[in-house]
Design a binder for this molecule. Structure first.
Ligand code: HEM
Length: 145
């Protein structure tokens, strides 16, 4: 998601939305699974999370929900994502952590969706998470305005 490429292909949007609609009814289990996957991948991330993970998981799902709903107008998502990224720097999150979180998210979707997590669905999520992460990484740098 850059200023130069403000749109996401409609097929990608549809794939992300359809698969996300299958995850939201099991959001709390998905959040639990996500944190298990994340801390298995990198146990050093555990201490960064200070608040109750149930509430935290809920916030993560809400934010992803907002991102999925906002895919038609990525420009509008940029300012809230930049603010989110600056808060993340304050939580001790480093640029490299975004890849770890992305991998944990994809694994969670794969586990939650099973056969519905097809290769095109994976590619769609990889693109969308990558765009969100790019905006956050750029805004989370100390030099960023
Ligand atoms: C697409 C990427 C991400 C999204 C949408 C996201 C979303 C959120 C949201 C909505 C919150 C609630 C607090 C707030 O709004 O400031 C939060 C907190 C947090 N996130 Fe993220 N996040 C993302 C990436 C990451 C990454 C890469 C890490 C690295 C480990 C991370 C670690 C944390 C931590 C440590 C907190 C604070 C937890 C606490 O206080 O217990 N997040 N995140």
């Amino acid at each position: 998601m850059t200023q130069k490429e403000p749109t996401v292909n409609p097929e990608t949007i549809q794939r992300v939305r359809q698969s996300w609609a299958q995850v939201t009814p099991i959001a709390s289990q998905a959040a639990e699974l996500f944190y298990a996957n994340l801390f298995a991948a990198d146990p050093t991330l555990r201490p960064l999370f200070r608040s109750d993970l149930t509430a935290q998981g809920h916030k993560l799902i809400q934010m992803l929900d907002a991102a999925v709903n906002g895919l038609d107008d990525l420009e509008a998502l940029v300012p809230p994502l930049q603010a989110l990224a600056r808060r993340h720097s304050g939580y001790g999150v480093l640029p490299a952590h975004y890849a770890t979180v992305g991998a944990a998210l994809l694994l969670t979707l794969e586990q939650g969706l099973g056969p519905a997590f097809t290769q095109p669905v994976r590619a769609a999520w990889t693109e969308v998470y990558g765009r969100v992460a790019d905006v956050m990484i750029a805004a989370g740098q100390p030099s960023a305005a």
